[in-house]
Ligand binder design. Structure first.
Ligand code: KG4
Ligand code: ZN
Length: 388
């Protein structure tokens, strides 16, 4: 089965074509035929975070060129006349608020043959709603014009599923699995007793882990996205064995639940920044190290608590923050130290942050289950949950 996937939940516009076969087991195989991704991060830097309306405009502008690129990569972009007259009214309606996207997409559609693709998968939530709308409407229009099945995907499921893969199939692991999902918008511990069935064990009560990295980075005068920047400074501080008396709290670490809280950490950093202003370079490095340590302590502590409570066979870590090398290392060390034999699965860093491949993978499994969405009525949901 060939899946075209579209992701626009935050500040990455991504389109890919994936070929996959088999069921959720050892016979599953996949191959990325075409992949196109454009990060808007540099545009949002001046705002210190993602500015939703700018993200929306950029998605609208970039989706059609990225679709073309992904189809070309996949060798599925064939010049031919294609008649959309039967669907023009429906397409106009779907894209009525995005005249530029409509014009660009119509131009592509009428000059190219319907590609050999079986289904279209799109992120329908959670995320920034104005941004999600662009991908969803684009996917609805494509599914209508090409008369293809449409699958609505939960972005967090995408992060989880891609971390369960190796290069061309599923990693060798057993359920039940515990997923630690840590992104810019979400922080969740999720239990999967079997494929594609979830129970949320805990979540953040305020800021997400990635959001905390981004906000602390901003306080330190570092550009967005803050995760990689903090990580770079923290690594430098560790390398230099920088002495420091900077101490941050470990919010909720010892509480007997699976929830997180990161807002207090950010406030504590703000106070330190204020009392030490103007910050010396060494103090900046020390704050970055202590913040990364605090975030890692809390994430590792809560994950281990859940591993103990649920006796899982596998721990899956996904989302942009799981690109963090130090957190990866700390998790692996802590599991080994506690004598846990659960297998730790984390996607390669380039697939930890947002991309369309993760949406295509989840899309394939949802399509296999015949879980299709109606292109006439699909709407995004910024607060979409993995489970109730
Ligand atoms: O999953 P993602 O790409 O987008 C969302 O779904 O939100 O995650 C983005 C988040 C940002 O907050 C970014 O600062 C963080 O992931 N991030 C990192 C690292 N790379 C990205 N955080 C810590 N360390 C990193 N190396
Ligand atoms: Zn994400």
């Amino acid at each position: 089965m060939r899946i075209l996937a579209i992701e626009t939940s935050c500040d990455e516009t991504a389109v890919c074509v994936l070929e996959a076969g088999g069921s959720f087991g050892p016979d599953f195989r996949f191959r990325v035929l075409g992949n196109a991704l454009l990060s808007q991060a540099s545009l949002h830097t001046q705002y210190g975070g993602v500015f939703p309306n700018l993200a929306k405009r950029e998605h609208a502008k970039n989706l059609t060129p990225l679709l073309e690129l992904a189809l070309k990569n996949a060798d599925l972009f064939q010049v031919a006349e294609f008649d959309i007259s039967n669907y023009r009214g429906a397409l106009e309606k779907i894209l009525v608020r995005e005249p530029e996207m409509r014009d660009a997409l119509f131009d592509l559609l009428v000059h190219h043959a319907k590609p050999a693709i079986d289904a279209i998968a799109v992120t329908s939530g959670p995320g920034l709603e104005p941004a999600l709308w662009m991908g969803v409407n684009f996917a609805r229009a494509l599914a209508t014009a090409w008369n293809m099945s449409l699958v609505a995907i939960n972005h967090m499921e995408g992060h989880m599923v891609v971390s369960m893969m190796d290069k061309s199939g599923l990693a060798d692991f057993a359920f039940p699995a515990l997923a630690l999902l840590i992104s810019g918008g979400h922080t969740e511990l999720v239990l999967a007793k079997e494929p594609m069935h979830y129970k949320i064990l805990g979540a953040t009560r305020d800021d997400a882990a990635g959001e905390a990295f981004d906000k602390v980075a901003r306080l330190l005068g570092l550009p967005y996205p803050g995760g990689p920047e903090i990580s770079r400074l923290a690594a430098e501080a560790r390398e230099k064995h920088l002495p420091s008396d900077i101490k941050l709290p470990r919010p909720m670490m010892r509480e007997d639940n699976f929830d997180f809280s990161f807002a207090g950490l950010k406030t504590a950093v703000r106070r330190i920044v204020e009392t030490h202003a103007p910050l010396s370079e060494d103090t900046r490095l020390a704050i970055a190290r202590e913040f990364e340590d605090a975030a890692a302590d809390v994430l590792v502590g809560k994950t281990l608590r859940a591993v103990d409570a649920y006796g899982v066979n596998t721990i899956v870590v996904g989302g942009g923050v799981s690109a963090n090398e130090y957190i990866r290392l700390r998790l692996a060390e802590a599991l080994a130290q506690a004598g846990h034999t659960a297998k730790l699965l984390i996607s390669p860093p380039e697939l930890s942050t947002d991309n369309a491949i993760m949406i295509a993978l989840a899309g394939y499994f949802r399509a296999q289950r015949q879980e299709f969405a109606d292109p006439a009525t699909l709407r995004p949901d910024g607060n979409l949950r993995l489970a109730v």
